[in-house]
Design a protein around this ligand. Structure first.
Ligand code: HEM
Length: 377
């Protein structure tokens, strides 16, 4: 994601659908030991060696270079979703997910989570703005030692169907110095080349952002498969639906540079914030390979439990700062779909993770204690 999402997406030739069983997962690649730890330096390049990306020209390093080209290098920060805050809480399963997936996280009971709220883009100092894509990443620490990591955003669909589209979109929508706005001709050419992005962005425009992080719906967007104890698999997508009622966010720029993060810090200080984990069940024929395409609105949605966030922490060693929210770190009972974004994400997140963890860490731009102290005065 970047913070100028007003662009288009490609209809490239789709590779032959791969069997789910052929898709590599980080679980398989890294082994149980790596999954047990809170950090996962990536071995993501395996995905590219397997030719899973549509173009040999595009590598994890080139992807990371492009983020740096557009936002600069900010030592120690994520190459995308650079501005953020760490969070902690608990997922309480109501047991309804057990018949869908054998993942231990769905057995009745509670699972601790490490989470992170973020804004898209590579600038750790970016001003909070209503239209900037918001992220909510969650790491479930399953009681059996497994982990489930998922990074979600507050969009109804993803703008790009293939990695090359995301890569091209970043450049096509970059503001030009003369106007501070994207070059309309470049944007038009990009959208003409990527009509799926044009359609996805029309859906995004019809879905106004909520006023705060705490009343935003966050969606995983990529499809996965759930497999239950009986070995039955079903395509799914998931989302976190807030208990707090939706209110539209302000259209005008806000005087407070950090108004979204400041409001979140105050909100969590006043009491826990809750979302319901909703699993949408796909039907035969629903696209699993393309995150730009919504599934029909009448697909069953199963509420499998409640995620509660009750603490925020300034990013630092030991909390979500040092987590790679790789979407292919999955527990037994959840497996990837044929969506090409998944393997690309895994590889590019690993590249970003490697770069940022080798750099000197700068203090996070969202300082929880500072905001709380200001509020007390
Ligand atoms: C080809 C597609 C994509 C690329 C190349 C990409 C790239 C990145 C990169 C480089 C990071 C920083 C990773 C790190 O340093 O830990 C990141 C973070 C993030 N991405 Fe993506 N992304 C893609 C698709 C998506 C999709 C489909 C979603 C949501 C459905 C998403 C949501 C997020 C979120 C929420 C974060 C912040 C995670 C955190 O807090 O650590 N991204 N992305």
């Amino acid at each position: 994601m970047n913070d100028h999402d007003q662009t288009g997406l490609p209809e490239p030739t789709r590779p032959e659908p791969r069997s789910r069983r052929e898709m590599p997962t980080r679980r398989a690649v890294l082994g149980a030991a790596a999954i047990g730890g809170i950090t996962a330096a990536g071995a993501g390049a395996y995905a590219w060696a397997g030719g899973l990306l549509p173009s040999d020209r595009l590598t994890p390093a080139k992807f990371a270079d492009r983020f740096e080209q557009l936002s600069g290098v900010h030592d120690g920060f994520r190459r995308n979703h650079a501005k953020g805050v760490s969070a902690a809480g608990t997922f309480v399963s109501n047991g309804a997910g057990v018949e869908l997936s054998s993942a231990a996280v769905f057995a009745s009971g509670s699972t601790p989570v490490t989470a992170r709220f973020s804004l898209s883009g590579g600038l750790p100092t970016v001003a909070d703005a209503n239209a900037t894509t918001r992220g909510f990443a969650v790491l479930f620490h399953l009681n059996n030692g497994e982990q489930w990591r998922t990074a979600m955003v507050n969009l109804p669909v993803f703008p790009d169907s293939v990695p090359q589209g995301f890569y091209d979109r970043q450049l096509a929508t970059a503001p030009v110095p003369a106007t501070g706005q994207p070059d309309p001709a470049k944007v038009a050419a990009f959208l003409a080349a990527y009509p799926k992005t044009a359609r996805a962005m029309a859906l995004v425009k019809k879905t106004p952002p909520a006023s705060n992080f705490s009343n935003s719906t966050f969606r995983g967007l990529n499809a996965f498969y759930f497999t239950n104890q009986a070995g039955k698999s079903i395509p799914v997508r998931w989302s976190l639906v807030p208990e707090e009622p939706f209110r539209p966010g302000p259209k005008a720029p806000q005087p407070d540079h950090d108004y979204l993060f400041n409001a979140l810090i105050e909100r969590v200080r006043s009491g826990p914030v809750r979302w319901h984990l909703m699993i949408t069940l796909g039907a035969p024929g629903d696209p699993t390979h393309d995150a730009t395409l919504p599934w029909p609105a009448n697909r069953p949605q199963i509420d499998v439990g409640t995620l509660t966030i009750d603490a925020l922490q300034t990013e630092e060693a030991g909390n979500a700062r040092d987590v790679n929210f790789d979407p292919l770190i999955l527990p037994q009972g959840i497996s990837p779909s044929d969506d090409p974004l998944l393997t690309a994400r895994s590889a590019v997140y690993a590249q970003s993770y490697r770069r940022r963890t080798r750099e000197a860490h700068q203090p996070s731009k969202v300082d929880v204690q500072e905001v709380e102290a200001e509020h007390d005065h």
